[in-house]
Design a binder for this molecule. Sequence first.
Ligand SMILES: Cc1cc2nc3c(=O)[nH]c(=O)nc-3n(C[C@H](O)[C@H](O)[C@H](O)COP(=O)(O)OP(=O)(O)OC[C@H]3O[C@@H](n4cnc5c(N)ncnc54)[C@H](O)[C@@H]3O)c2cc1C
Length: 394
Amino acid sequence: MVYHHPVADVAPRDLHNDLRRGVRDLCRGFPDPYWRELDARRAYPDAFVRALTEAGYLAALIPEQYGGSGLGVTEASIILEEINRSGGNAAACHAQMYTMGTLLRHGSDMQKRTFLPKIASGELRLQAFGVTEPTTGSDTTQVKTTATRSEDVFIVRGQKVWISRAEHSDLLLLLVRTTPADRVAKRTDGLSILLVDLRQAVGRGLTIRPIRTMMNHATTELFFDDLEVPADALIGEEGKGFRYLLDGLNAERILIAAECIGDGRWFIERSTAYANQRVVFNRPIGRNQGVQFPIARAHVNVEAADLMRFHAAALFDRGAPCGAEANMAKLLAADASWEAANVAVQTHGGFGFAEDYDIERKFRETRLYQVAPISTNLILAYVAEHVLGMPRSY
Ligand SMILES: Cc1cc2nc3c(=O)[nH]c(=O)nc-3n(C[C@H](O)[C@H](O)[C@H](O)COP(=O)(O)OP(=O)(O)OC[C@H]3O[C@@H](n4cnc5c(N)ncnc54)[C@H](O)[C@@H]3O)c2cc1C
């Protein structure tokens, strides 16, 4: 079946508003109790992700010729923002957006024809992205998972950690070292990206072990024990994977920034509503400047971060360099949502800690973005070195 998303027919100027309205309508079917109940069980939001896929939103970045909507990162970011703004958590499915660029820009025609229509229709899920390792952490070029070519397969050995949604994805974009680090001129050389079919891999050299975290995130550890991956799973050229990864990382930062903006707006709306209706000392608490100013300041910071997010997204969609802007958007938005989360707990007093108010759930969820997918320190190090020209500090 050729899948066609209705948003592609809408005039560009109306597209963003239509997208916002459409995602909000869909999210209304998944209100706070839905997410609260899943959070308590640490369960994956299957029904929500299915609904989002069926409505075509997760195929936003896939070109129309492959059954998607052919939209940009700007539009994808609006979709994810609205999910978080509605009280949900786009982390359940955002990887399909940020991994897409690697396949679109660097995959072969054959790979695109094989996978993209099925990803667009929902038959295949591309929700897992395997970079981080237990012993290398933020130092991505030092990954130790190896893929050794043997005739028409790669043999993969090693371990990954914090690989989210691996149990809820059919495909995994995996960063591996194909040439040993001591045999490459630059430390960014010799890395490659494989598109691993998890349905073939699990139990045949790949073991997935879930990690329970303080929020509902479906993250896992992966153990590769001589897993055989067909040679045609290689994306682009062998040894150039780090370069391909960088494209995806900028998209990821912009998309995560948008989720943080969504979180920030949700916290501010809830805080404002609560401050206006909660009466203590015979007046709404929101009449006190000590209550309203922190909410107002958090709002100012979310709105400022949003400008950098759209600026970065526009550069990305034009194909212009956007490393600095994507990083700055991620830092500003993550800080703004964390500030708004803290303010929301304070505004709600004791009720900020009650599960039934959802503030504490979203507070736990948005805290992640100070650390992942890139920590605040590493962004500051990037800005200091690459934007301001100071010496590399690590
Ligand atoms: C819930 C969750 C989901 C995740 N999902 C995925 C996923 O799907 N795929 C994936 O590949 N990864 C994923 N990650 C991993 C995430 O990207 C990493 O946790 C993150 O990049 C930080 O790496 P690390 O945890 O190894 O910390 P480390 O690199 O060990 O850093 C620890 C601390 O030290 C600081 N630090 C390190 N080096 C420096 C330095 N030179 N200067 C200043 N400070 C420094 C860091 O800022 C950080 O605060 C996820 C993580 C979490 C927690």
